[in-house]
Design a binder for this molecule. Structure first.
Ligand code: NAD
Length: 483
């Protein structure tokens, strides 16, 4: 494995800088628990400086034509693609995500910048025939300084992709990277420094408290886009409402159902039950389909076949292209997953496979856990209700469609759902009855650019990856011109 990386700095006002107080945040390789590098750790003063820089740069950025802003975004996208290899190598070591699948993160990050650049002329208002003589129309204007707070599971992809909509709409941005995998955030800082005017993007590293909280409460920040857990989302809503009238959008967690009807193509369903769990990131994906809701007639076969597939997954060094699953991201995540093993055991769930640290010398250090399947799971069990954000999938049985719907909707979450059936009528009924922001029919896990991705219920507020995201980074102004 490669050696330590250089110290990662923050991008503030066009300069790569250390924290004013000289503090550092240390990052380790979750596959080995060895020190990997460190980044400057922002205190409140650094965050305030980043917001001030973004505020100072915003009028000139908004005054550019949409075509100029689109060109800048495309250049940033090209810069990201050009540095893809070193970014990926560092990201695999810092997150534990396997490099084979991680390659897509570079394409997704650059792709979103290009997609939103392509929507330049959609930042448009409407004319309204509101009076006989007057001209009445709306303008879409930027909020000013936007805060984007990013989780650990795809730190580079989220930090880069989440710049696109606010920048295109004429805002400037302060990004806060996640505390456990921040290293590639500094590379993004260098790229933004190269391709964008000073202050247009600022990237700070640091803890939720004080860095994230200071950013959310800053009076100049009126638009906050957050991706992370439900408790943090709630804390951000509270902090935002205590510090001003602000628009907060939330992309939060999930406990997503994967519903298999008796007529489903079981070969494909088994394949997607595994791929939909995103084991390449050890299940640490908001959209992971972690509850298999299986009709009685297919339950035993699907459980057995998914169990066999999980036992075949190749665990190993995330930088090895042959690896199919790395460790979970941090000690905190490892303890969390172990806690679910314990509660599933106490609750009486039947362990089909996994449920432990993998045996073998190479897995003694690092945050390794086996991919895990429980059957005999009841909806009241903790493993069926709470998001694990780890490699645990559980199987529940049903015998009537009404039971399947009740199980699917029986958690506080509503992010994604997958329905497996060959019957169009069943599919049509289920797509309406399931409470989720995204429903896949005979698929799972895929995102399609241009369609909204966002949660219902406790899974979030606001759709992203689509025109709605771009428009949510504008405020509407009505103009009335009278003769
Ligand atoms: P987290 O909520 O612990 O942290 C996310 C970010 O919030 C980090 O940058 C953290 O430093 C910051 N933060 C923490 N406390 C804060 C505070 N008080 N004020 C401001 N910022 C604060 O989440 P995580 O563990 O990094 O990520 C996992 C969670 O993210 C899971 O619940 C997962 O489902 C969710 N997620 C959702 C999506 C989606 O699109 N819906 C995508 C990825 C991850």
């Amino acid at each position: 494995m490669a050696a330590m990386v250089d110290d990662g700095l923050m991008l503030i006002d066009g300069e790569m800088v250390a924290a004013q107080a000289g503090d550092w945040l240390h990052s380790e390789n979750p596959a080995t628990e060895q020190a990997l590098g460190r980044v400057a750790m922002a205190g409140a003063a650094d965050v305030n400086r980043a917001v001030a820089a973004a505020g100072a740069a915003q009028p000139a950025w908004a005054a550019k034509s949409v075509w100029e802003r689109a060109t800048a975004l495309r250049r940033l996208a090209a810069g990201i693609r050009a540095r893809g290899t070193p970014i990926l190598d560092l990201e695999a070591r810092d997150t534990g995500n396997t490099i084979g699948k991680l390659t897509a993160d570079i394409q997704i990050a650059a792709g979103y910048l290009e997609y939103f650049a392509g929507l330049a002329s959609e930042i448009k208002g409407e004319t309204v025939p509101a009076s006989a003589q007057g001209l009445h129309f709306t303008l879409r204007e930027p909020w000013g300084v936007v805060a984007r707070i990013v989780p650990f599971n795809h730190p580079f992809m989220f930090a880069a992709a989440h710049l696109a909509a606010p920048l295109m709409a004429g805002n400037t941005v302060v990004v806060k990277t996640p505390e456990t995998s921040p290293l590639t955030g500094s590379i993004l800082g260098e790229l933004c420094r190269e391709h964008l005017p000073a202050g247009v993007v600022n990237i700070v590293h640091g803890l939720g408290l004080p860095a994230g909280d200071t950013l959310v409460r800053h009076p100049q920040v009126r638009r906050i886009g957050f991706t992370g857990s439900v408790p943090t989302g709630l804390a951000i809503q509270r902090a935002a409402s205590e510090s001003g009238v602000k628009l907060v959008t939330l992309e939060l967690g999930g406990k997503n159902p994967f519903i298999v009807f008796p007529d489903a193509d079981l070969d494909k369903a088994v394949e997607f039950a595994v791929s939909g769990m995103n084991f390449s990131w050890a299940g640490q994906s908001c959209g992971s389909t972690s509850r298999l809701l299986l009709h009685d007639s297919v339950h035993d076969e699907v459980v057995e076949r998914v169990g066999v597939r999980l036992e075949q997954l190749r665990l190993g060094d995330p930088t090895d292209p042959a690896s199919e699953m790395g460790p979970v991201n941090s000690r905190r995540q490892h303890e969390r997953v172990m806690g679910f093993f314990e509660s599933a055991r106490r609750d009486g769930a039947r362990l089909v496979t996994g449920g432990r640290r993998p045996p073998g010398e190479q897995f003694r250090a690092g945050y390794w856990v086996e991919p895990t399947l429980y059957a005999g799971v009841e909806p009241s069990m903790r493993v069926a209700r709470e998001e694990v954000f780890g490699p645990i999938v559980c199987a529940l049985r049903w015998s009537t469609e009404a039971q399947a719907v009740a199980l699917a909707n029986g958690t506080d979450f509503g992010l994604t759902a997958a329905v497996w059936t060959r019957d169009l009528n069943t599919a049509m009924r289920m797509m309406r009855k399931v409470e989720a922001g995204t429903v896949w029919i005979n698929s799972a896990g895929q995102h399609f650019v241009g369609t909204p991705f966002g949660g219902w219920k406790d899974s979030g507020l606001g759709g992203e990856e689509c025109l709605e995201e771009l428009l949510s980074y504008t405020q509407v102004k009505s103009v009335h011109v009278l003769p």
